[in-house]
Design a binder for this molecule. Structure first.
Ligand code: NAP
Ligand code: 3JN
Length: 349
């Protein structure tokens, strides 16, 4: 491996996130000398668009990674759990989009604008956080640095694309069926998503929170490296195709006025402040879809406590929430010359 030869594999290349990864590598001129598309046996031999042409999809096997320097995984947790150790064993650095390795102490969990330093200690697998965590932390980190966040209360409004291509198709189909006076078919979600909101994302856990809610809690503490930050979340699926929105309430140690918060966020990397109530300026999912930045508006003081703020945060869940964040991590690995594996058998043991 050298910077003059950089072979990159996208695992899950036929999926909603994998396709966006290929698009992002292309748009950002990622310095790959070759890009490979991998997926399951189901789609081996099919093609996915890349640059001016297409890539033929190869079947993912434990032997897929010889001669590959970097793999961007987006094929679900069980696929990552099984195959990422083989990639590392072949000397290939993995950036994994699933939850499989996020809370593993050996794996840094990275948002480039928030904790790029964590990459320095990678051992072969770097985890990409959950989309809802990513957009929240891009905005909260600068406020945490400025005023010390003690508590976060977040409610999400998550687009169906977060569930993958089948859910995008399901919302589309249900809307058509309802406009044609037909009974909408329900298969991906437990209830109809068209013209509805579902206060359940992923499965319920023993504490009655959903897995998605606890991902936001646990990932935030790991990324901020600060167990004193308390987070409570309610995650809701809404009938939106692209773009997650979040209503975030924070309590800080030090007082931060709304104007001070706006000033801090205006200088923050990856953040766009779009906030002017008198002109009805606030970010919406339809504005964020297809964009790279995290948008924040409705910044106002919480009048029920001494040091509190309310914020409305929106981002494209497939780009910044998944594909773009992973590619930004990959860019940092190249820039910092971190594309090597010291203990190839670490995750196979
Ligand atoms: P999707 O549209 O359903 O695509 C799934 C992809 O995984 C397809 O390419 C599929 O290939 C591939 N795949 C499934 N099982 C496989 C296997 N056994 N071996 C190889 N490839 C396999 O889903 P998506 O929305 O792209 O999401 C994929 C994963 O990304 C999710 O499961 C999740 O872990 C992660 N994700 C993370 C975030 C985040 O918050 N950061 C957001 C969304 C998704 P076939 O065409 O062969 O079936
Ligand atoms: O639902 C969303 O909006 C985000 C979904 C993310 C997701 C979906 C299926 C499996 C994940 C994730 O990234 O946390 C996973 C997973 O890997 O556990």
């Amino acid at each position: 491996m050298g910077q003059d030869s950089l072979v990159v594999a996208v695992v899950g290349a036929t999926g909603a996130v994998g396709r966006e990864m290929l698009k992002t590598l292309e748009q950002r001129n990622f310095p790959a000398t070759r890009v490979r598309a991998l997926a399951s046996a189901r789609s081996a031999g099919s093609v996915v668009p890349y640059m001016d042409g297409e890539l033929t999809v190869e079947e993912l096997t434990t032997d897929s990674f010889k001669g590959t320097d970097l793999a961007l995984f987006s094929a679900g947790g069980s696929t990552s759990e099984k195959f990422a150790p083989y990639a590392v064993n072949a000397g290939c650095v993995v950036v994994d989009n699933s939850s499989a390795w996020r809370m593993d102490e050996r794996c840094p969990l990275v948002v480039p604008e928030v904790n790029p330093h964590a990459l320095e200690r990678h051992k072969g697998i770097i985890a990409n956080p959950n989309c809802s965590t990513i957009q929240m932390l891009v905005v909260l980190k600068p406020l945490h640095d400025a005023a010390g966040i003690k508590r976060v209360v977040v409610s999400t409004y998550q687009a169906v694309s977060g569930t993958g291509q089948k859910a995008i198709d399901e919302l589309d189909r249900q809307v058509r069926q309802m406009f044609n006076m037909q009974e909408p078919e329900v298969s991906v979600y437990p209830y109809r998503i068209a013209f509805n909101c579902l206060p359940q994302i992923d499965v319920f856990l023993d504490n009655d929170y959903t897995k998605e809610e606890m991902k936001m809690v646990n990932e935030t503490v790991k990324i901020l490296e600060d167990p004193t930050v308390r987070v409570t979340a309610t995650t809701v699926r809404v009938p939106v195709f692209y773009g997650h929105s979040e209503s975030i309430n924070i309590e800080t140690a030090k007082k931060l006025t709304a104007a001070e918060a706006r000033a801090v966020l205006s200088k923050a990397p990856g953040v766009v402040v779009y906030d002017n109530p008198s002109l009805k300026y606030y970010p919406m999912a339809i504005d964020a879809a297809g964009e790279d930045e995290v948008f924040v508006g409705r910044i106002r003081e919480d009048e029920t406590i001494d040091n509190g703020l309310n914020l409305w945060v929106v981002a494209d869940n497939i780009r910044k929430g998944a594909a773009l964040n992973a590619v930004q991590i990959a860019e940092l690995l190249v820039e910092k010359n971190l594309l090597s594996v010291k203990e190839p058998d670490l995750f196979l043991r």
